[in-house]
Ligand binder design. Structure first.
Ligand SMILES: Cc1cc2nc3c(=O)[nH]c(=O)nc-3n(C[C@H](O)[C@H](O)[C@H](O)COP(=O)(O)O)c2cc1C
Length: 357
């Protein structure tokens, strides 16, 4: 099949005019961004990880009333409960206190949003797509999605995960290359470093291994990248970091500016913010956290809870030295623009590389 055939089949199946999806980004998926992507002819997305049922419904309602389009809602499959090590946490609290406010002993206990409640809310919000990351939905939830005609996109980071997603009933796989900004979607949180496969190897290998449409994500930030992913076997692409530079994303100014001047080698995979491996812009904080004499990060979500005071203070102060600034390796390819124009321009440029199919 040619890229054009794959793209046409995918766009027809999901009612899109172009094969560009907004990446679901927890904390950075405002409805305005999803609306703009849908208006360009692509698909908007909601990263619902930290949202409760009412917030999920409000997001869906907002996007539905302003577009005719399809949209995706996403959450994370919970990891097994972390093993707590209070002595190590005490060292971490002391370390984090050098970078931000004092971290109280009970900070590590902060609970995550309720997964079952999120799943129920995603179903009743009625998106065209629900997506997963960090694992696969339980069989009963997959059945419930299918009964409502909701399609399931499963994020995968290896060929083995792609096969598992197909076996579990996914309708498409999102192949996340190691270039991607934000969290790595490895099913096995502890061994994420071992599965850092780049998009150039992952996309064709996944496309060969499964008979589902492949959505490529990770390091795609201009027309060359979109065209390359489609040639390598993808049916569509999903864009994260590039969309963070749009005004609709409304992220802190110093983070948006840093994205524009970060070379590929200036992003780092780090567990220093959440305990799960994620790609961020290298900063004085990520460097210090990785130093040999610094305490090892706690597992997710304990580390995420412990770093909460620091992350909130750094964001309020718009302080790039300490802020959690997720970004993919292609960050600097992005030109700031409004989201609808950016998505249209990405596809126009990709088409010029793909030629007439
Ligand atoms: C700020 C940010 C938040 C993210 N949050 C999520 C999330 O909640 N769920 C998810 O599936 N992926 C999440 N991701 C990963 C993206 O969906 C996607 O895989 C990644 O952005 C693609 O790489 P790129 O940033 O190079 O475009 C996030 C990425 C970023 C940059």
């Amino acid at each position: 099949m040619t890229p054009h055939h794959r793209v046409n089949a995918f766009c027809t199946a999901y009612g899109l005019r172009l094969p560009i999806l907004m990446a679901p980004m927890a904390g950075a998926s405002p409805p305005a961004l999803a609306v703009a992507v849908a208006r360009a002819g692509g698909m908007g997305a909601c990263g619902a990880l930290s949202m409760d049922a009412a917030q999920i419904h409000a997001w869906a309602e907002h996007v539905r009333t302003q577009t005719n389009g399809a949209f995706q809602i996403n959450t994370w499959i919970p990891d097994p409960a972390p093993v707590r090590d209070r002595a190590q946490e005490a060292q971490l609290r002391a370390f984090l206190g050098q970078w931000g406010p004092d971290v109280p002993p009970e900070a590590g206990d902060a609970p995550l949003a309720d997964f079952e409640a999120q799943c129920a809310a995603m179903l009743t919000a009625g998106p065209s797509v629900i997506s997963s990351i960090m694992g696969l939905y339980p069989a009963a939830f997959v059945t419930a999605m299918k009964e409502r005609g909701i399609r399931w996109f499963a994020t995968v980071t290896t060929v083995a995960e792609a096969r598992a997603a197909e076996d579990a009933g996914a309708d498409a796989v999102i192949a996340q290359g190691a270039e991607a900004g934000g969290h790595r979607g490895s099913f096995d949180a502890e061994n994420a470093e071992a599965g850092m496969v780049g998009s150039f190897a992952l996309i064709p290998a996944v496309a060969d291994a499964v008979s589902l449409p492949v959505i490529a994500t990770g390091g795609i930030a201009d027309g060359r990248g979109v065209a390359a992913a489609l040639v390598l076997g993808a049916s569509a692409v999903q864009i994260g970091t590039a969309l963070l530079r749009t005004p609709e994303a409304a992220i802190p100014a110093s983070w948006a500016e840093a994205i524009g001047r970060t070379a590929p080698e200036e992003t780092v995979p780090t567990r220093a913010f959440s305990g799960r491996l994620a790609r961020a812009i290298r900063t004085p904080y990520t460097i210090a956290a990785a130093a040999q004499d610094s305490p090892l990060p706690a597992p997710y979500p304990t580390q995420r809870a412990l770093t909460g005071p620091l992350r909130r203070e750094a964001q309020a102060a718009n302080d790039p030295a300490r802020m959690q600034m997720w970004a993919g390796q292609s960050a600097a390819l992005t030109r700031p623009d409004d989201a609808e124009r950016m998505v249209s321009a990405l596809w126009k440029s990709a088409e010029s590389f793909l030629g007439q199919g």
